[in-house]
Design a binder for this molecule. Structure first.
Ligand code: GLY
Length: 418
Protein backbone atom coordinates (compact mmCIF):
# COMPACT_ATOMS: atom_id res chain seq x y z
CA UNK A 1 0.00 0.00 0.00
CA UNK A 2 1.23 3.53 -0.65
CA UNK A 3 -1.18 5.73 1.24
CA UNK A 4 -0.11 9.34 1.52
CA UNK A 5 -0.29 11.18 4.81
CA UNK A 6 -3.63 12.81 5.54
CA UNK A 7 -2.50 14.56 8.74
CA UNK A 8 -3.04 18.33 9.04
CA UNK A 9 0.09 20.49 8.86
CA UNK A 10 2.32 19.93 11.90
CA UNK A 11 0.43 16.83 12.98
CA UNK A 12 1.99 13.48 12.09
CA UNK A 13 0.09 10.32 11.32
CA UNK A 14 2.12 8.47 13.92
CA UNK A 15 4.39 9.09 16.90
CA UNK A 16 6.39 6.08 18.07
CA UNK A 17 7.70 6.35 21.62
CA UNK A 18 10.85 4.23 21.77
CA UNK A 19 13.51 3.78 19.09
CA UNK A 20 14.70 0.27 19.85
CA UNK A 21 14.36 -2.50 17.31
CA UNK A 22 10.59 -2.79 17.91
CA UNK A 23 9.88 0.95 17.64
CA UNK A 24 12.01 1.40 14.53
CA UNK A 25 10.58 -1.70 12.84
CA UNK A 26 7.07 -0.31 13.43
CA UNK A 27 8.18 3.11 12.15
CA UNK A 28 9.73 1.67 9.00
CA UNK A 29 6.74 -0.47 8.09
CA UNK A 30 4.41 2.49 8.83
CA UNK A 31 6.45 4.69 6.49
CA UNK A 32 6.17 2.00 3.84
CA UNK A 33 2.40 2.04 4.35
CA UNK A 34 2.36 5.75 3.52
CA UNK A 35 2.19 7.28 7.02
CA UNK A 36 4.27 10.19 8.33
CA UNK A 37 6.19 9.10 11.43
CA UNK A 38 8.15 10.67 14.29
CA UNK A 39 10.17 8.43 16.61
CA UNK A 40 11.00 9.80 20.07
CA UNK A 41 13.96 8.33 21.95
CA UNK A 42 16.82 10.09 23.75
CA UNK A 43 19.20 7.23 22.90
CA UNK A 44 17.70 5.00 20.22
CA UNK A 45 18.76 1.36 20.45
CA UNK A 46 20.42 1.72 23.86
CA UNK A 47 17.84 -0.42 25.70
CA UNK A 48 17.52 -4.18 25.46
CA UNK A 49 18.34 -4.03 21.72
CA UNK A 50 21.89 -3.08 22.74
CA UNK A 51 22.35 -6.16 24.94
CA UNK A 52 20.49 -8.72 22.82
CA UNK A 53 22.51 -11.52 21.23
CA UNK A 54 19.98 -11.82 18.39
CA UNK A 55 18.90 -15.45 18.60
CA UNK A 56 15.91 -16.25 16.41
CA UNK A 57 15.12 -19.24 18.54
CA UNK A 58 11.50 -20.35 18.73
CA UNK A 59 12.53 -23.95 19.45
CA UNK A 60 15.39 -23.51 21.89
CA UNK A 61 13.60 -20.73 23.83
CA UNK A 62 10.41 -22.85 24.08
CA UNK A 63 8.95 -23.19 27.57
CA UNK A 64 6.71 -25.97 28.82
CA UNK A 65 3.03 -24.89 29.10
CA UNK A 66 3.58 -21.81 26.88
CA UNK A 67 2.01 -23.08 23.65
CA UNK A 68 0.73 -19.68 22.48
CA UNK A 69 4.24 -18.24 22.85
CA UNK A 70 5.72 -21.12 20.84
CA UNK A 71 3.29 -20.56 17.94
CA UNK A 72 3.89 -16.82 18.10
CA UNK A 73 7.65 -17.32 18.04
CA UNK A 74 7.50 -19.76 15.11
CA UNK A 75 5.46 -17.20 13.16
CA UNK A 76 7.98 -14.52 14.18
CA UNK A 77 10.89 -16.62 12.90
CA UNK A 78 9.10 -17.21 9.57
CA UNK A 79 8.94 -13.41 9.04
CA UNK A 80 12.66 -12.89 9.52
CA UNK A 81 14.10 -14.01 6.19
CA UNK A 82 11.91 -11.73 4.04
CA UNK A 83 12.23 -8.90 6.57
CA UNK A 84 16.04 -9.10 6.55
CA UNK A 85 16.15 -9.21 2.74
CA UNK A 86 13.82 -6.18 2.46
CA UNK A 87 15.73 -4.21 5.08
CA UNK A 88 19.15 -4.95 3.60
CA UNK A 89 17.89 -3.82 0.18
CA UNK A 90 16.32 -0.65 1.59
CA UNK A 91 19.25 0.30 3.83
CA UNK A 92 22.10 -0.83 1.58
CA UNK A 93 23.81 -2.62 4.47
CA UNK A 94 23.84 -6.07 6.01
CA UNK A 95 21.99 -7.17 9.14
CA UNK A 96 24.17 -10.19 10.02
CA UNK A 97 21.54 -12.88 9.54
CA UNK A 98 23.19 -16.30 9.92
CA UNK A 99 21.10 -19.32 9.01
CA UNK A 100 23.42 -21.61 10.89
CA UNK A 101 21.06 -23.64 13.09
CA UNK A 102 21.61 -24.25 16.79
CA UNK A 103 23.52 -26.95 18.60
CA UNK A 104 22.05 -27.43 22.04
CA UNK A 105 23.98 -29.25 24.74
CA UNK A 106 23.57 -30.91 28.12
CA UNK A 107 26.61 -30.74 30.37
CA UNK A 108 25.71 -33.43 32.92
CA UNK A 109 23.16 -36.26 33.05
CA UNK A 110 20.46 -34.09 34.66
CA UNK A 111 20.96 -31.46 31.94
CA UNK A 112 20.66 -34.18 29.27
CA UNK A 113 17.41 -35.45 30.83
CA UNK A 114 15.91 -31.96 30.56
CA UNK A 115 17.25 -31.60 27.00
CA UNK A 116 15.34 -34.80 26.06
CA UNK A 117 12.14 -33.41 27.58
CA UNK A 118 12.57 -30.29 25.43
CA UNK A 119 13.07 -32.48 22.33
CA UNK A 120 9.82 -34.29 23.20
CA UNK A 121 8.09 -30.89 23.47
CA UNK A 122 9.38 -30.03 19.97
CA UNK A 123 8.06 -33.38 18.71
CA UNK A 124 4.58 -32.68 20.11
CA UNK A 125 4.49 -29.37 18.22
CA UNK A 126 6.06 -30.58 14.98
CA UNK A 127 9.21 -28.48 15.50
CA UNK A 128 12.32 -29.99 13.86
CA UNK A 129 15.04 -31.15 16.26
CA UNK A 130 17.03 -34.38 16.77
CA UNK A 131 19.26 -35.86 19.41
CA UNK A 132 22.91 -36.31 18.34
CA UNK A 133 25.68 -38.49 19.66
CA UNK A 134 28.62 -36.56 21.08
CA UNK A 135 30.70 -37.66 18.06
CA UNK A 136 28.05 -36.22 15.70
CA UNK A 137 27.91 -33.02 17.73
CA UNK A 138 31.70 -32.73 17.62
CA UNK A 139 31.64 -33.11 13.83
CA UNK A 140 29.36 -30.05 13.69
CA UNK A 141 31.28 -28.14 16.35
CA UNK A 142 34.83 -29.47 16.71
CA UNK A 143 35.64 -27.22 19.68
CA UNK A 144 33.10 -28.83 21.98
CA UNK A 145 34.17 -29.30 25.62
CA UNK A 146 35.32 -32.80 26.66
CA UNK A 147 32.82 -33.11 29.51
CA UNK A 148 29.62 -32.38 27.56
CA UNK A 149 27.32 -35.43 27.96
CA UNK A 150 24.48 -34.88 25.47
CA UNK A 151 23.58 -32.89 22.35
CA UNK A 152 20.77 -32.06 19.95
CA UNK A 153 20.52 -30.30 16.62
CA UNK A 154 17.86 -27.65 16.01
CA UNK A 155 18.09 -26.69 12.32
CA UNK A 156 15.54 -23.83 12.34
CA UNK A 157 16.94 -21.66 15.16
CA UNK A 158 19.20 -18.98 13.69
CA UNK A 159 20.63 -15.59 14.69
CA UNK A 160 20.87 -12.01 13.50
CA UNK A 161 23.01 -9.10 14.69
CA UNK A 162 20.62 -6.76 16.56
CA UNK A 163 22.98 -3.78 16.42
CA UNK A 164 23.34 -4.16 12.64
CA UNK A 165 19.55 -4.48 12.29
CA UNK A 166 19.06 -1.36 14.39
CA UNK A 167 21.61 0.62 12.36
CA UNK A 168 19.84 -0.41 9.14
CA UNK A 169 16.41 0.54 10.53
CA UNK A 170 17.74 3.88 11.75
CA UNK A 171 19.11 4.60 8.28
CA UNK A 172 15.84 3.86 6.47
CA UNK A 173 13.64 5.69 8.99
CA UNK A 174 15.83 8.79 9.46
CA UNK A 175 16.48 9.14 5.72
CA UNK A 176 12.82 8.82 4.72
CA UNK A 177 11.11 12.02 3.56
CA UNK A 178 8.17 11.33 5.92
CA UNK A 179 10.32 9.98 8.80
CA UNK A 180 12.03 11.71 11.74
CA UNK A 181 13.96 10.41 14.73
CA UNK A 182 13.93 13.00 17.52
CA UNK A 183 16.53 12.35 20.26
CA UNK A 184 14.29 13.39 23.16
CA UNK A 185 12.53 11.41 25.90
CA UNK A 186 8.74 11.30 25.98
CA UNK A 187 7.70 12.35 29.49
CA UNK A 188 3.95 11.99 29.03
CA UNK A 189 1.30 11.28 26.47
CA UNK A 190 -0.92 14.07 25.23
CA UNK A 191 -4.64 13.37 25.85
CA UNK A 192 -7.68 15.16 24.48
CA UNK A 193 -11.36 14.18 24.75
CA UNK A 194 -10.46 10.64 25.81
CA UNK A 195 -7.99 10.15 22.94
CA UNK A 196 -4.23 9.95 22.98
CA UNK A 197 -3.09 12.58 20.48
CA UNK A 198 0.71 12.37 20.72
CA UNK A 199 3.47 12.82 23.25
CA UNK A 200 5.27 15.62 25.11
CA UNK A 201 9.05 15.43 25.27
CA UNK A 202 11.45 16.45 28.04
CA UNK A 203 11.89 19.96 26.60
CA UNK A 204 8.10 20.48 26.71
CA UNK A 205 7.72 20.15 22.92
CA UNK A 206 4.46 18.55 21.81
CA UNK A 207 4.52 15.90 19.09
CA UNK A 208 0.92 15.63 17.92
CA UNK A 209 -0.22 12.65 15.88
CA UNK A 210 -3.31 10.75 14.82
CA UNK A 211 -1.93 7.60 16.46
CA UNK A 212 0.71 6.90 19.08
CA UNK A 213 2.57 3.62 19.46
CA UNK A 214 4.33 3.08 22.78
CA UNK A 215 7.33 0.80 22.21
CA UNK A 216 9.47 1.86 25.15
CA UNK A 217 10.23 -1.56 26.63
CA UNK A 218 9.82 -1.76 30.41
CA UNK A 219 9.66 2.08 30.53
CA UNK A 220 6.27 1.86 28.79
CA UNK A 221 4.65 1.08 32.16
CA UNK A 222 5.62 4.29 34.03
CA UNK A 223 4.89 6.37 30.91
CA UNK A 224 1.36 4.99 30.68
CA UNK A 225 0.61 4.96 34.42
CA UNK A 226 -1.33 8.24 34.12
CA UNK A 227 -3.42 7.21 31.11
CA UNK A 228 -6.87 6.01 32.24
CA UNK A 229 -8.38 2.95 30.56
CA UNK A 230 -5.19 1.06 29.85
CA UNK A 231 -3.15 -1.44 31.87
CA UNK A 232 0.47 -2.08 30.98
CA UNK A 233 1.82 -4.63 33.46
CA UNK A 234 5.34 -4.62 32.01
CA UNK A 235 8.24 -5.03 34.43
CA UNK A 236 12.01 -5.01 34.00
CA UNK A 237 13.86 -8.34 34.16
CA UNK A 238 17.54 -7.60 34.19
CA UNK A 239 19.95 -9.54 32.00
CA UNK A 240 23.64 -9.38 31.25
CA UNK A 241 25.39 -10.31 28.00
CA UNK A 242 29.12 -10.40 27.30
CA UNK A 243 30.86 -9.61 24.03
CA UNK A 244 34.15 -11.21 23.10
CA UNK A 245 36.34 -11.09 20.01
CA UNK A 246 37.76 -14.39 18.79
CA UNK A 247 40.00 -15.64 16.07
CA UNK A 248 37.67 -17.23 13.43
CA UNK A 249 39.25 -20.67 14.02
CA UNK A 250 38.17 -20.49 17.65
CA UNK A 251 34.62 -19.24 17.00
CA UNK A 252 31.65 -21.67 16.96
CA UNK A 253 30.09 -22.35 13.55
CA UNK A 254 26.54 -22.43 14.93
CA UNK A 255 24.61 -20.90 17.76
CA UNK A 256 25.60 -23.02 20.76
CA UNK A 257 23.44 -23.16 23.82
CA UNK A 258 23.10 -25.49 26.69
CA UNK A 259 22.40 -26.28 30.28
CA UNK A 260 25.37 -26.47 32.59
CA UNK A 261 24.35 -28.04 35.91
CA UNK A 262 20.88 -26.54 35.46
CA UNK A 263 22.02 -23.08 34.36
CA UNK A 264 21.16 -21.98 30.81
CA UNK A 265 23.84 -20.30 28.69
CA UNK A 266 24.25 -19.47 25.01
CA UNK A 267 27.02 -18.38 22.66
CA UNK A 268 26.18 -16.59 19.40
CA UNK A 269 28.98 -16.04 16.89
CA UNK A 270 29.08 -13.58 14.01
CA UNK A 271 30.92 -13.59 10.69
CA UNK A 272 34.44 -12.08 10.83
CA UNK A 273 34.40 -8.26 10.91
CA UNK A 274 35.66 -6.62 7.73
CA UNK A 275 36.61 -3.28 9.30
CA UNK A 276 37.30 -1.58 12.63
CA UNK A 277 39.72 -2.48 15.42
CA UNK A 278 38.62 -6.13 15.40
CA UNK A 279 38.74 -6.65 11.63
CA UNK A 280 39.26 -10.34 10.89
CA UNK A 281 37.84 -11.38 14.27
CA UNK A 282 34.43 -12.87 15.09
CA UNK A 283 32.25 -11.28 17.73
CA UNK A 284 30.89 -13.81 20.23
CA UNK A 285 27.94 -12.90 22.45
CA UNK A 286 27.51 -14.92 25.62
CA UNK A 287 24.24 -14.67 27.51
CA UNK A 288 22.40 -14.20 29.60
CA UNK A 289 21.72 -13.77 33.26
CA UNK A 290 18.14 -13.17 34.37
CA UNK A 291 17.12 -11.38 37.57
CA UNK A 292 13.95 -9.70 38.80
CA UNK A 293 15.74 -6.39 39.15
CA UNK A 294 15.50 -2.92 37.64
CA UNK A 295 17.63 -1.59 34.79
CA UNK A 296 20.49 -0.27 36.95
CA UNK A 297 23.08 -0.64 34.17
CA UNK A 298 25.51 -2.39 36.55
CA UNK A 299 27.31 -5.55 35.38
CA UNK A 300 27.68 -7.73 38.48
CA UNK A 301 31.07 -9.43 38.70
CA UNK A 302 29.33 -12.66 39.73
CA UNK A 303 27.23 -12.60 36.55
CA UNK A 304 30.29 -12.05 34.35
CA UNK A 305 32.05 -14.93 36.13
CA UNK A 306 29.07 -17.31 35.87
CA UNK A 307 28.53 -16.68 32.15
CA UNK A 308 32.21 -17.21 31.32
CA UNK A 309 32.41 -20.31 33.53
CA UNK A 310 29.37 -21.94 31.92
CA UNK A 311 30.18 -20.92 28.34
CA UNK A 312 33.73 -22.31 28.60
CA UNK A 313 32.34 -25.58 29.97
CA UNK A 314 30.65 -25.99 26.55
CA UNK A 315 33.32 -24.30 24.42
CA UNK A 316 36.71 -24.18 26.19
CA UNK A 317 38.32 -22.17 23.36
CA UNK A 318 36.48 -19.14 24.73
CA UNK A 319 39.48 -18.82 27.07
CA UNK A 320 41.49 -17.50 24.11
CA UNK A 321 39.01 -14.76 23.14
CA UNK A 322 39.25 -11.13 24.25
CA UNK A 323 36.48 -9.93 26.56
CA UNK A 324 35.50 -6.49 25.22
CA UNK A 325 32.11 -5.65 26.71
CA UNK A 326 29.70 -6.52 29.51
CA UNK A 327 26.22 -5.16 28.79
CA UNK A 328 23.52 -5.12 31.46
CA UNK A 329 19.99 -4.17 30.32
CA UNK A 330 16.46 -5.07 31.40
CA UNK A 331 14.04 -7.03 29.24
CA UNK A 332 10.37 -5.95 29.31
CA UNK A 333 8.40 -8.83 30.81
CA UNK A 334 4.66 -9.39 31.31
CA UNK A 335 2.67 -11.61 33.73
CA UNK A 336 1.96 -14.21 30.99
CA UNK A 337 5.27 -13.81 29.09
CA UNK A 338 3.39 -12.64 25.99
CA UNK A 339 3.88 -9.17 24.51
CA UNK A 340 1.29 -6.40 24.26
CA UNK A 341 0.80 -5.72 20.55
CA UNK A 342 -1.85 -3.59 18.89
CA UNK A 343 -4.67 -1.20 19.69
CA UNK A 344 -5.78 -0.49 23.26
CA UNK A 345 -9.23 0.56 24.53
CA UNK A 346 -8.00 4.16 24.39
CA UNK A 347 -8.55 5.69 20.94
CA UNK A 348 -5.27 6.63 19.27
CA UNK A 349 -3.11 4.50 21.59
CA UNK A 350 -1.35 1.34 20.41
CA UNK A 351 1.23 -0.78 22.20
CA UNK A 352 4.29 -2.73 21.04
CA UNK A 353 6.04 -3.79 24.21
CA UNK A 354 6.51 -6.63 26.72
CA UNK A 355 8.49 -8.88 24.37
CA UNK A 356 10.61 -10.22 27.25
CA UNK A 357 13.24 -12.63 25.83
CA UNK A 358 12.03 -12.41 22.22
CA UNK A 359 12.08 -8.78 21.13
CA UNK A 360 14.49 -9.39 18.26
CA UNK A 361 12.64 -12.49 17.08
CA UNK A 362 9.25 -10.74 17.19
CA UNK A 363 10.20 -7.33 15.73
CA UNK A 364 9.08 -8.05 12.12
CA UNK A 365 5.81 -9.72 13.17
CA UNK A 366 5.05 -6.99 15.72
CA UNK A 367 5.58 -4.30 13.09
CA UNK A 368 3.27 -6.13 10.69
CA UNK A 369 0.48 -6.48 13.26
CA UNK A 370 0.76 -2.93 14.62
CA UNK A 371 0.80 -1.35 11.16
CA UNK A 372 -2.17 -3.48 10.10
CA UNK A 373 -4.03 -2.06 13.10
CA UNK A 374 -2.93 1.50 12.32
CA UNK A 375 -4.02 1.32 8.70
CA UNK A 376 -7.32 -0.32 9.65
CA UNK A 377 -6.48 -3.41 7.62
CA UNK A 378 -6.28 -5.66 10.66
CA UNK A 379 -9.46 -7.53 9.89
CA UNK A 380 -8.35 -8.13 6.31
CA UNK A 381 -5.08 -9.53 7.67
CA UNK A 382 -6.97 -11.61 10.18
CA UNK A 383 -9.18 -13.21 7.58
CA UNK A 384 -6.80 -13.41 4.64
CA UNK A 385 -3.62 -14.44 6.41
CA UNK A 386 -2.01 -17.71 5.50
CA UNK A 387 -1.00 -18.30 9.10
CA UNK A 388 -2.53 -21.44 10.63
CA UNK A 389 -5.27 -21.11 13.29
CA UNK A 390 -2.80 -21.71 16.14
CA UNK A 391 -0.83 -18.64 15.05
CA UNK A 392 -3.96 -16.51 14.75
CA UNK A 393 -4.95 -17.60 18.26
CA UNK A 394 -1.45 -16.72 19.49
CA UNK A 395 -1.66 -13.29 17.82
CA UNK A 396 -5.00 -12.67 19.52
CA UNK A 397 -3.36 -13.67 22.83
CA UNK A 398 -1.08 -10.63 22.48
CA UNK A 399 -4.05 -8.22 22.53
CA UNK A 400 -3.13 -5.46 25.02
CA UNK A 401 -6.78 -5.32 26.16
CA UNK A 402 -6.43 -8.70 27.93
CA UNK A 403 -5.27 -6.91 31.10
CA UNK A 404 -8.17 -4.95 32.62
CA UNK A 405 -7.22 -1.45 33.76
CA UNK A 406 -6.88 -1.07 37.50
CA UNK A 407 -10.13 0.19 39.08
CA UNK A 408 -9.89 3.46 41.04
CA UNK A 409 -9.40 2.86 44.78
CA UNK A 410 -12.93 3.04 46.27
CA UNK A 411 -11.61 4.05 49.71
CA UNK A 412 -11.01 7.65 48.70
CA UNK A 413 -13.22 9.90 46.59
CA UNK A 414 -10.47 10.66 44.03
CA UNK A 415 -9.12 7.10 43.96
CA UNK A 416 -5.78 8.18 45.42
CA UNK A 417 -4.25 5.79 47.96
CA UNK A 418 -4.51 7.02 51.53
N1 GLY B 1 16.61 -14.14 24.18
C1 GLY B 1 17.57 -14.48 25.12
C2 GLY B 1 17.59 -13.68 26.33
O1 GLY B 1 16.73 -12.87 26.60
O2 GLY B 1 18.53 -13.84 27.08
Amino acid sequence: MDRHSSAPHGVRDLVVVGGGIIGLAVAWRALEAGLSVTVLDPDPGDGSTHAAAGMLAPATEAEFTEDAALHLHLAGAARWLPFAADLEAAAGRGVGLRESGTLTLGYDETDVALLRRVLALHGRHGVASEELTIAEARRREPLLGQRVRGAAWVPGDHAVDPRAVHAALWRVVAAHSRGAVVPRAAVRLEQQDGRVVGAVDDTGDRHRAGSTVVAAGWASAPLLAEVPGVAVPVRPVKGLTLRLQADPELAPRHVVRGLVQGRPVYVVGREPATEGPWAGHCELVIGATSEENPDDRRAPAGGVFALLRDARALLPAIDEAALVEATPRARPSTPDNLPLVGATHVPGLHLATGHYRNGILLAPLTAEVVVAGLTRSWFAVDVATTDPPAVLAALRATDPRRFPPRAPDPRTPDGAPR
